[in-house]
Design a protein around this ligand. Structure first.
Ligand code: SAM
Length: 290
């Protein structure tokens, strides 16, 4: 048939042909709604000049649409059983490369060098396996890949945390870790009904635009992340108490002196600090210690 893979009938046909049994442990929830893919594509900003990296093509529902709209698609799939299926379902597209690799172990820099043109704009677009959403995104960001954007379908709550604003329940260390590298936005909420099988959680499409430089320039990145995480360690405690716990070798007077110097009230909670305030605080503490 000429129908797209992401239709209930075509997906059913493919699963039946290969007697495919979903592996829950691999986060296999396949998209069966072409409208959702259209929305993902629209927000991803992919055009015919773009190189796209997909993580987890499944039976190729999103891969097919990416191949139609982009110059080239490289897809990482961990499940060996899906490789012959993808060979079949994507046979009409000559601009797709499927790599049988665990994305968490992959050398993505090397893959980009081998698979795309020099200076080609590269985007990541994926319906991620939900059990490893955060490790995947943090790996891709820490690797400092030459990417324009990352557009992913993930669990709604996680998307909200990544795109959160200060003084909200969702705001925390994950927010800062993501927003250090990117401008994050939830672009759309997605009902469970667009998947087969349906996941237990609600989903959202998250768009991350990569920054040319980190959101803040700090004296020591690891120290900054350490201070920031410690500030959220016990959410109901004050900044002063969380920091005193984290910096056991610093006495209370010195800590207060630094807080005064950087003009941040130690009675505040971590969740009220902006990323710029965390940077100022971390740099002040770092200078005092080093
Ligand atoms: N893109 C397809 C779709 O939207 O219909 C499938 C998405 S499904 C949520 C996640 C996919 O990621 C599955 O195909 C699964 O086998 C694959 N996967 C799980 N862990 C992976 C890993 N560590 N590396 C690469 N792919 C992985």
């Amino acid at each position: 048939s000429t129908k797209f893979i992401a239709t209930p009938s075509r997906t059913k046909e493919i699963l039946k042909k290969y007697s495919f049994a979903f592996k829950k442990s691999l986060g296999q929830n396949f998209i069966i709604d072409p409208n959702i893919l259209e929305n993902i594509l629209k927000h991803a900003g992919v055009d015919k000049s773009a190189g796209v990296i997909e993580i987890g093509p499944g039976i190729g529902a999103l891969t097919e649409q990416l191949a139609i709209h982009a110059d080239k698609v490289v897809a990482f799939e961990i499940d060996q059983r899906l490789l012959p299926i993808l060979q079949d379902t994507l046979q009409n597209y000559s601009n797709i490369e499927v790599l049988h690799q665990d994305i968490l172990k992959a050398d993505v820099h090397q893959v980009i060098k081998e698979q795309f043109e020099e200076n080609q704009p590269i985007h990541i677009v994926a319906n991620l396996p939900y059990y490893i959403t955060t490790p995947i995104l943090m790996k891709l960001l820490r690797d400092r890949l030459p990417l324009e954007s990352i557009t992913v379908m993930i669990q709604k709550e996680v998307a909200e945390r990544m795109a959160a604003k200060p003084n909200t329940k969702s705001y925390g260390s994950l927010t800062i870790a993501i927003q250090y590298y990117t401008n994050a936005k939830v672009v759309m909420n997605v009902p469970k009904t667009v998947f087969n099988p349906q996941p237990n959680v609600e989903s959202s499409i998250l768009k991350l635009e990569l920054r040319d430089e980190p959101a803040v320039l700090v004296k020591d990145e690891d120290f900054f992340f350490g201070v920031m995480k410690a500030s959220f360690a016990q959410r109901r405690k004050t900044l002063r108490n969380n920091l005193a716990n984290h910096l056991q070798e610093m006495d209370k007077e010195t800590l207060q002196k630094v807080l005064d110097r950087v003009e941040i009230d130690g009675g505040r909670r971590g969740e009220s600090l902006t990323i710029e305030e965390f940077a100022r605080l971390a740099d002040g503490l770092y200078e005092e210690i080093n």
